[in-house]
Ligand binder design. Structure first.
Ligand SMILES: [Zn+2]
Ligand SMILES: [Zn+2]
Length: 415
């Protein structure tokens, strides 16, 4: 068989196709021009341009993320952005098609992005990987640039964080979850039924704080939660997550506000409407508007923020900014000057009397123009605000969002 691959186009031996003998040679050549994505483009409603233009964020590059990325690469999705802060471990290898034994110890996000780029049948595809904690280090402005966000996560805190940001910016959010031999896929879009946060029961909410001590510092020791599962579960759920994303990109109906549940033991498959929580902390309020794009970055100071936004605004910090703590036994004070999510629980301990109990913490929850210069001259980054973040501001009359838009140039994959 004659096969030439020229810039992704495959010309096959004309004699293989009986149709060729009945039509002229020029038409025959056209009929036999195949691209890697030929089969999907034969679907009557398929639009290749939409696939090539699509901007998709995949949050989590574990077992489920691997499956989703592999699928999206083979579909030829034009822009794929991967996030994870884990490294590859040996126990991942039975469920991660993008990793091998030489991947152990390397960043999941970076490696998954590299392999996804290699697999992508669209040679012009942009694939990026970022090794970061998506709750604290991914500015919400990034998600605003996406057509759809796919949650391939293993913890409730990250699901809620991403789901709530997507609600705020009206970006569709598809969340996959796996169990032993089964899983579920939740489909969310602002204004179309329950949001991600609606589906978190009161009994589950303490799990949102699993990583933190009572002082909002990171626990220095955390019990590793391990989900018993097999590769077929992530493959199956990853397929449905990818399928729903493709339907959305192609403009096909997607049943937002629903959960698709798959029970592998019995081959039962349910699609149920999710119930809205009337007291949901996220969607009980309409998305905040307007979104003001400020020409400052996370390196700008708090003073710069007020100069651009206006001094009448106050901004809730992502986590409390700890200035100092005072020992309740010896009354000695210790300067901290860090956001609490950059603190370890062991940081709050008096080195003189070894006391970690009777501690008084001096912290700032809200940034205002009236704070002391020592705080106002700190960079927003040092105050715990990530690059390209969208801050919620309030004044006496209203609430609005403010994006650190000058940070866009740090993310060349978005331009
Ligand atoms: Zn909700
Ligand atoms: Zn002390």
């Amino acid at each position: 068989m004659l096969t030439f691959d020229l810039h992704g186009i495959i010309y096959r031996d004309l004699g293989k196709y009986p149709l060729c003998s009945q039509i002229n040679k020029a038409t025959c050549i056209i009929l036999n021009m195949e691209t890697a994505t030929d089969r999907q483009e034969r679907i009557s409603w398929w639009r290749r341009d939409l696939i090539e233009r699509a901007r998709v964020a995949v949050i989590g590059a574990g077992a489920l993320g691997n499956e989703v990325l592999k699928n999206l690469a083979l579909l030829g999705i034009g822009r794929l952005h991967v996030f994870d802060f884990d490294i590859v471990e040996i126990s991942n290898l039975s469920r991660t098609v993008l990793f091998g034994p030489t991947s152990i110890g390397k960043s999941k996000a970076i490696l998954a992005a590299e392999r996804t780029k290699e697999l992508n049948v669209n040679s012009n595809a942009v694939v990026s990987g970022r090794h970061l904690d998506i709750v604290w280090e991914l500015g919400a402005g990034y998600l605003r640039k996406m057509d759809v966000v796919l949650g391939c996560l293993d913890n409730l805190e990250a699901r809620r964080s991403i789901g709530s940001k997507c609600y705020e910016f009206a970006i569709p959010y598809i969340d996959g979850g796996i169990r032993e031999l089964g899983g579920r896929i939740q489909l969310h879009k602002t204004g179309q039924g329950a949001c991600m946060d609606c589906t978190i029961g009161e009994g589950e909410r303490p799990a949102l704080r699993n990583r933190y001590s009572c002082m909002s510092a990171m626990k220095s020791f955390q019990q590793q939660r391990v989900t018993p599962t097999v590769q077929v579960s992530s493959a199956f759920v990853g397929s449905i997550v990818s399928q729903e994303a493709v339907k959305l990109i192609q403009g096909k109906p997607v049943s937002f506000g629903s959960v698709i549940s798959w029970f592998g033991e019995t081959n039962d498959f349910d699609v149920l409407r999710l119930v809205r929580n009337p007291n949901c902390p996220t969607c009980s309020f309409p998305p905040t508007r307007p979104i003001n794009e400020l020409s400052i970055s996370s390196e700008s100071t708090a003073q710069d923020l007020f100069a651009h936004a206006g001094s009448e605004w106050s901004f809730i910090l992502p986590s409390p900014f700890v200035r100092k703590f005072t020992c309740g036994l010896c009354s000695r004070s210790f300067e901290t000057m860090k956001p609490s999510h950059h603190c370890k629980d062991t940081d709050f301990s008096c080195i003189h009397c070894n006391n970690a109990e009777l501690i008084d913490i001096d912290k700032i929850d809200t940034l205002t123009a009236k704070l002391e210069p020592e705080v106002l001259l700190l960079s927003l980054h040092n105050l715990g605000i990530p690059p390209f973040e969208v801050l919620r501001g309030t004044n006496d009359e209203t609430t609005a969002l403010f994006e650190l838009s000058a940070d866009l140039n740090k993310f060349t994959e978005l331009t």
